[in-house]
Design a protein around this ligand. Structure first.
Ligand SMILES: C[S@@+](CC[C@H](N)C(=O)[O-])C[C@H]1O[C@@H](n2cnc3c(N)ncnc32)[C@H](O)[C@@H]1O
Length: 251
């Protein structure tokens, strides 16, 4: 699937229901998130993450952080409490526009749109932290996911930390992704995104995974290493058998 099409899907979601497109909590669909409550989840997540990272003594500096797939800047904003400069990157212009609006009151952060399967806009060894949670799972092409992971390793400073999540297993039934297929098919026939999302409750977003052993090969090919992997089963009957993994990588 071409990157422009992925950007279009995320742009449509960002216009329809941006907070829920990011955090799909029950009861929060169709504008149910309060903005302060939404951003407070980022503060809590960043604090928990920094405590976990401290267990490994990483990263060894707190100058610059990248939030890849930043959405509305929920985590970019929160990471400014821990890093001097934070940059949010997203495929969707609409998400980035929303992120700039929502975080105009915060210093030390900026947002950029990236329509590429690489991060060539950033030099080697330029970040102490690369953070990317609930993003790679939605990239439909495995080669693109691996390319981003190689890029995370490349732009990481020695002693830095790359932290990213990606399921290491999803059940076969879940891989069918019938809601996504139906959405994309009906959209091609001209049915509006609003109707598909609001009335039929369909979503265009992909769900990808990479087994843990394959991830290790990708990371090691870049001269980086996995410090640890936190894996847990996802909640809910629909997700039974899905394994969510969070990787902590350094070089
Ligand atoms: C579920 S949201 C998570 C947002 C954010 N990480 C958070 O936790 O608040 C996924 C975000 O990833 C972005 N995204 C999807 N594919 C991307 C890609 N190839 N490059 C950059 N961003 C991407 C989407 O536009 C969306 O904003």
């Amino acid at each position: 699937m071409r990157i422009e099409h992925q950007a279009k899907d995320w742009n449509e979601l960002a216009q329809l229901d941006p907070h829920w497109a990011i955090l799909t909590s029950p009861g929060k669909r169709f504008g149910g998130w309060d903005s302060d409550e939404f951003f407070a989840t980022g503060t809590a997540e960043a604090e928990a993450f920094m405590r976990r990272a401290a267990e490994f003594g990483l990263p060894n500096a707190r100058t610059r952080a990248l939030d890849f797939g930043c959405g509305l800047g929920r985590m970019t904003r929160a990471l400014t409490q821990h890093f001097d400069e934070c940059i949010g990157v997203d495929i969707s212009e609409e998400m980035v526009r929303g992120a700039r609006d929502a975080n105009a009151d915060v210093e030390g952060l900026s947002f950029v749109v990236n329509h590429a399967n690489d991060l060539s806009r950033f030099p080697d060894a330029s970040f102490d932290l690369v953070y990317s949670m609930i993003v790679l799972q939605h990239v439909p092409d495995r080669r693109a996911i691996e390319s981003y992971i190689r890029e995370f390793c490349r732009i990481l400073r020695p002693g830095g930390l790359a932290a990213f999540s990606l399921p290491s297993h999803i059940p076969a039934i879940y891989r069918l992704q019938w809601r996504r297929r139906l959405y994309l098919g009906l959209r091609r026939l001209g049915v509006s995104a609003g109707f598909l999302y609001r009335r039929l409750r369909l979503m265009p977003i992909a769900m990808s995974y990479i087994p843990e052993r394959d991830m290790a090969l990708v990371v090691e090919s870049q001269g980086a290493r996995i410090v640890t992997v936190d894996t847990q089963g996802a909640a809910g009957l629909m997700n039974a058998g899905l394994k969510d993994s969070s990787y902590y990588v350094t070089r």
